[in-house]
Design a protein around this ligand. Sequence first.
Ligand SMILES: *[C@@H]1O[C@H](CO)[C@@H](O)[C@H](O)[C@H]1NC(C)=O
Ligand SMILES: *[C@@H]1O[C@H](CO)[C@@H](O)[C@H](O)[C@H]1NC(C)=O
Ligand SMILES: *[C@@H]1O[C@H](CO)[C@@H](O)[C@H](O)[C@H]1NC(C)=O
Ligand SMILES: *[C@@H]1O[C@H](CO)[C@@H](O)[C@H](O)[C@H]1NC(C)=O
Ligand SMILES: *[C@@H]1O[C@H](CO)[C@@H](O)[C@H](O)[C@H]1NC(C)=O
Ligand SMILES: *[C@@H]1O[C@H](CO)[C@@H](O)[C@H](O)[C@H]1NC(C)=O
Ligand SMILES: *[C@@H]1O[C@H](CO)[C@@H](O)[C@H](O)[C@H]1NC(C)=O
Length: 348
Amino acid sequence: MEDTVLLLVTLVLGTIYVSHDVGVLANKVNFEDIKFVMERRPLKIRCIGVSEKDATVEIMRSGPLPSDFKIESAQEKISDGKFRITVTATKESADLADGDTYLCDLKVNSTRLDATHLYLEIIQMYTRGANVTEGHETSLSCEPQAPMQPLITWFKDGVSLDVAPNVQGRVQYTRDNMTVTLADAKPSDGGLYSCRMDFTLYHPGQVFWENVTLQAKPYIQKWDADESLISVTNDSIVLKCPAGGYPPPQVFWLRGDDVLESSPNVTMSPFNGLTTGQLNITKATEAEFGQYSCTAENTLGKAAMPFDVSNPNKIGNGVHPTRKSPAAAMLEMFFCFSFLAMGSWLTT
Ligand SMILES: *[C@@H]1O[C@H](CO)[C@@H](O)[C@H](O)[C@H]1NC(C)=O
Ligand SMILES: *[C@@H]1O[C@H](CO)[C@@H](O)[C@H](O)[C@H]1NC(C)=O
Ligand SMILES: *[C@@H]1O[C@H](CO)[C@@H](O)[C@H](O)[C@H]1NC(C)=O
Ligand SMILES: *[C@@H]1O[C@H](CO)[C@@H](O)[C@H](O)[C@H]1NC(C)=O
Ligand SMILES: *[C@@H]1O[C@H](CO)[C@@H](O)[C@H](O)[C@H]1NC(C)=O
Ligand SMILES: *[C@@H]1O[C@H](CO)[C@@H](O)[C@H](O)[C@H]1NC(C)=O
Ligand SMILES: *[C@@H]1O[C@H](CO)[C@@H](O)[C@H](O)[C@H]1NC(C)=O
């Protein structure tokens, strides 16, 4: 009979482990295929054996496993008197001492029928985040301490830095990609960066991710999307605050100098990734029109944007954002001068 070895790919704790299912082989044990484990991350070692009834599978390392490992065992009948025995040893947080040789032992009536070894490397991680200093270089780093150097690639908010918008031409990698430097940093560079460490050259399926944060004070984005930031109907006012920053800022809304609280007629909802980024006022009365502003605040600072909200029902009123168009400003200046002229004419 031909021996068959089935390759199963399972997603365990965010890492793809390739497990050699021992399939129809009898009296055989195999570890699930891992070699690298991150320090302080969960550690899971699994050994699968196939044998007759009465067999035991045990995971050991220079003696029995320390008591901080949780051991689970499951047995499942597969065919003509054969059983698959799966033993799993897990630990919440791997430490350096877990870098060791592990043994998986298959015994029947105290007789060893098969055994296999696994050497685990514990990888220590050092990361360095930063704060954006506008106009300066900003570096982030991700340093795995492993006997082999993985391929490292960087992501910003889940998008590869090779294609992420607004950073193109300003990214430089050094030290085998362990450090990434952004030239001429901007507040919009702030975000959750992550480095992807790919060890698959040395061991299949072993890829790790680590987060590195680049903090930035809040800022108001240039908003040229079609979506309007102010929409006013008869009796409702909806305002959107196009703020950014990292950590994501908290947005407050003000009418004049008064901070608005949520109420049945005043609701705040998410916009542009910020939980209170949108203000929605229903049943608005005359008193509710006027000067509004949003303030975005995080640990590094704040930014504000004013909104001029006028009542569309009032004759002669339109809705205009605070920044006046040149034409409107000119018109205003013209009226102003005519008044001055009239005034001086009246007094003379
Ligand atoms: C193990 O021992 C039991 C009882 O002594 C016996 O029936 C069985 O055949 C043995 N199994 C093997 C694989 O030797
Ligand atoms: C970033 O700024 C915050 C707040 O000022 C400070 O606590 C933190 O240490 C800074 N981080 C770095 C990496 O400079
Ligand atoms: C470094 O990053 C670049 C860009 O993502 C990638 O193409 C390259 O393979 C990486 N090199 C190493 C040694 O990790
Ligand atoms: C990285 O950050 C994301 C988003 O906050 C989180 O879901 C993920 O668990 C983090 N990864 C690690 C390795 O800490
Ligand atoms: C808007 O207000 C006017 C005057 O108060 C009213 O006649 C009209 O029905 C209102 N329209 C809507 C859509 O509420
Ligand atoms: C504003 O709130 C009202 C009442 O809760 C709701 O009907 C309306 O859809 C909201 N408008 C927006 C743009 O969220
Ligand atoms: C909400 O609107 C209704 C109807 O205009 C009004 O009677 C009520 O006082 C408003 N509530 C608040 C808290 O402003």
